[in-house]
Design a protein around this ligand. Structure first.
Ligand SMILES: [Fe+2]
Length: 425
């Protein structure tokens, strides 16, 4: 890999002194961009013009009542007949709803079965409150259930329907370059995550707009510096949010809300019907907005030791103070039905709207697209252990409710996709 001078300092583990490291990397990035003959201010101005046009287009579509989130029928994905215009739209927006990925009745049945599973095993008596404060819910009953190994979750993760949709979404990415296959688009690593069950009448403050792929490591580790090479060397027009090069190999700084794996898309599968005004997911449907988030801290109005509020062990905040233009584009999902799935590019800014006295249930299984790659293979070894013992996976609080539950999904229930996903094939 060609490293343009001047070389950037990098920290493969969390720097001991964050303010010092932030000052150092910001000065080095400004210097490197300046070496291209353009100032940071010029580069950011180019981005602001592009992004303003996209934000205005999204606002106008919303004002006209047009859908902003692409909606794609699962049947078309399965048959390979997705309209190329829909694929283009998905590439532009970086998010989509897949309609009818699972039969409505099957998804409703999964929801009932999850309730049976936790009831039978006395989960509500054992529940000790939220294991982290990230998704803290009010009251003694959880909304986020730290449950990973139920039959419905595993059945969905290893299903043909999931594999087809994940392969379709992975296919939007450039996964091979410079003689390296950065990930295998046809093999998912079955990233185990939790479920959410938010009951009728619930009130929730929602989640502020944020980003999931990392924190300071996005600027400070060598592999991310290579992944974002065009942002950091002044050639910002060449930045491609769909290029996986160097995203699947490097380390991540540990933290309580981290995700160890590379995900092409975040996702969840709906287990109940949800109306768009009932505290649902919103995104800024512009994958290229990442460029702005990465370069905005380099402008002179941000203190030298500040990355617009990004720091380790906290989610990457996207705020009115530093990113007001982007937040104008926050757009909620359309109405979804049980069995639909919802997907957003791993770099998309997202939030969950607040809700008072929610109408209907808001139930989902979090299942992303996390294709096989060196980073995900490393994590899969830990997932296999958690699967065998019924433990909470390493990325999550060590709550381990399911260890003693006899009726969790077992090794004998794995199909070929499941075995491959866990690295057992
Ligand atoms: Fe998130």
């Amino acid at each position: 890999m060609n490293d343009l001078p001047p070389a950037l300092p990098h920290w493969e583990q969390t720097p001991a002194d964050l303010p010092v490291a932030i000052k150092e990397i910001k000065a080095a990035l400004r210097e490197r961009i300046a070496a291209s003959g353009r100032t940071v201010e010029e580069v950011v101005a180019v981005l602001e013009r592009q992004l303003t046009a996209e934000v205005e287009e999204i606002e106008a579509a919303r004002d006209r009542g047009e859908p902003v989130w692409p909606v794609i029928d699962y049947a078309d994905i399965a048959a390979g007949t997705v309209d190329p215009a829909a694929v283009d739209q998905l590439r532009r927006r970086g998010c989509a709803v897949v309609r009818g990925q699972f039969e409505h009745d099957r998804a409703r049945e999964w929801d009932r079965e999850l309730v049976d599973y936790v009831d039978r095993n006395g989960f509500f008596d054992q529940y000790r409150g939220p294991g982290d404060d990230f998704f803290a819910s009010v009251g003694s009953k959880p909304e986020i259930y730290p449950i990973y190994w139920s039959r419905p979750q595993m059945e969905a993760r290893q299903s043909d329907e999931m594999a087809q949709v994940q392969a379709f979404l992975n296919g939007l990415w450039r996964h091979e370059s410079d003689g390296v296959q950065w990930f295998d688009p046809g093999r998912d690593s079955l990233y185990p995550d939790r479920i959410r069950r938010r009951p009728p009448g619930a009130s929730s403050a929602g989640l502020g707009s944020h980003l999931d792929p990392g924190t300071l490591d996005l600027w400070m580790t060598r592999e991310y510096q290579r992944a974002f090479r065009h942002l950091f060397d002044g050639s910002v027009e060449r930045y491609d949010p769909w290029d996986a090069a160097h995203r699947t190999t490097g380390p991540q700084y540990p933290g309580t809300t981290m995700c160890s794996v590379f995900r092409t898309f975040q996702g969840w599968t709906a287990l109940s019907d949800m109306a768009p005004d009932q505290g649902v997911l919103h995104t800024v449907p512009i994958p290229g907005a990442m460029a702005y988030l990465m370069l905005r801290p380099l402008l002179a109005d941000v203190p030298d030791d500040d990355m617009c509020g990004v720091t380790i062990n906290r989610t990457f905040p996207v705020t009115e103070r530093w990113h007001p233009l982007l937040r104008r584009a926050l757009t909620g999902i359309p109405a979804v039905r049980a069995g639909d799935s919802v997907w957003w590019h791993c770099d998309l800014i997202h939030s969950v709207a607040p809700v008072e006295d929610q109408q209907g249930w808001g139930n989902v299984m979090y299942i992303p697209a996390a294709p096989w790659c060196p980073r995900n293979e490393r994590y899969a070894a830990r997932v296999r252990e958690a699967f065998a013992s019924g433990s909470s996976p390493d990325d999550f609080p060590a709550e381990h409710y399911e260890r003693a539950w006899a009726d969790r999904f077992g090794a004998d229930d794995l199909n070929e996709t499941g075995r491959r996903g866990l690295g057992l094939a």
